[in-house]
Design a protein around this ligand. Structure first.
Ligand code: SAM
Ligand code: DTB
Ligand code: SF4
Length: 330
């Protein structure tokens, strides 16, 4: 029989993860830029090789025609963006894309579907895809919308390593962006994913006209998830004609860098991903994001429906920065 020993006198039990108030996160945002980056860089170096970057490739396995009305999204059936609704891709096509991503150096392959959530038959088809991609020896990730009881377990059994499900913005601003679901729906799915033993990939979008307090509240929500997400994608809104958010005043790029730094400080062990919007960023700004603690990118010429930097361009950028791709599993 094994006995769980209480910490001896004078010893301290492992510290509970810190809970962040929105005010504490706002105070980080308000630091002088150099102090903020210095703090982020110190924390980054404590937990990661600062010159290593994790590479995730994306594929839209089911494009367009989504019943949700997310104001940023070109795939919503509520917006006229020219993105046509397509069927779920055949497994062989997905496997070919995953094989190509692996050959290019990606260590994770993320399959995205424009659904509010998968119907049972759709989930079974995606589970087949996950099984086939998993067999290639690349990490698997899926983003399929809201999951019902039991669905996360089915994905886990198929070999799913990560589930991406973003909180996107603060609870207070959420209703300005999406009316077809509520914040709690997202938290419920995240709970199901965590409970099934799948790693959580959860982040948000900035540049949607939110305030700094909203950005701080988003980061506090993410950092207070217990445990913290393993991956945190920070997306800069990609403005797509036909979406309600097209024409939103763009975010100060230094505020984007601040958001990355604050994510790094509050979620020290997470892979913070410099995500959508990178194609529109000058390389010097991307370098600043890496300095602020970003250590993951979407890698491949396309996100879901919009563009991403060319692979060759990214390889050249990483070489110029002396950065190398992280090992699988890192
Ligand atoms: N339908 C599923 C869902 O919403 O969870 C999965 C796919 S959805 C396209 C995945 C994520 O892409 C969204 O949560 C959002 O964060 C991001 N996204 C969508 N459109 C975007 C845009 N125009 N700019 C930046 N990020 C975007
Ligand atoms: C995430 O946070 N960003 C990715 C991924 N998770 C699924 C999606 C970005 C989509 C950008 C718009 C598009 O290409 O359709
Ligand atoms: Fe649908 Fe996801 Fe786009 Fe929202 S973000 S419209 S749920 S595909």
């Amino acid at each position: 029989m094994t006995t769980q020993l209480a910490p001896a006198a004078g010893q301290v039990a492992a510290p509970r993860p810190q809970r962040w108030s929105v005010e504490q996160v706002e105070a980080l945002f308000a630091l002088p830029f150099n102090d903020l980056l210095y703090q982020a860089q110190q924390i980054h170096r404590t937990h990661f090789d600062p010159n290593s970057v994790q590479l995730s490739s994306l594929l839209s396995v089911k494009t367009g025609g989504c019943s949700e009305d997310c104001g940023y999204c070109p795939q919503s059936a509520h917006h006229d963006t020219g993105v046509e609704a397509e069927d779920l891709l055949p497994v062989a096509e997905v496997v070919a894309a995953a094989r190509a991503a692996k050959a290019n150096g990606a260590t994770r392959f993320c399959m995205g579907a424009a659904w509010r959530g998968p119907r049972q038959q759709e989930l079974e088809q995606v589970a087949e895809m996950v099984k086939a991609v998993h067999a290639l020896g690349i990490e698997t990730c899926a983003t399929l919308g809201m999951l019902k009881d039991g669905q996360a377990e089915q994905l886990k059994a198929a070999g799913l390593d990560y589930y991406n499900h973003n909180l996107d913005t603060s609870p207070e601003f959420y209703g300005e962006i999406i009316s077809t679901r509520v914040y709690q729906d997202r938290l419920d799915t995240l709970e199901r994913v965590r409970h099934a033993g799948i790693h959580v990939c959860c982040g948000g979008i900035v540049g949607m006209g939110e305030s700094r307090r909203d950005r701080a509240a988003l980061i506090a929500q993410l950092a207070n998830l217990d445990p913290c997400p393993e991956s945190v994608p920070i997306n800069n809104l990609v403005q797509v004609p036909g979406t309600p958010l097209d024409g939103t005043a763009s975010l100060d790029p230094l505020e984007f860098v601040r958001t990355i730094a604050v994510a790094r400080i509050t979620m020290p062990r997470a892979r913070v991903r410099l995500s959508a919007g990178r194609r529109e960023m000058p390389e010097a700004l991307q370098a600043l994001c890496f300095l602020a603690g970003a250590n993951s990118i979407f890698y491949g010429d396309k996100l879901l429906t919009t563009g991403n930097p060319e692979v060759e361009q990214d390889k050249a950028l990483l070489a110029r920065l002396g950065m190398s791709p992280a090992e699988p599993g890192a």
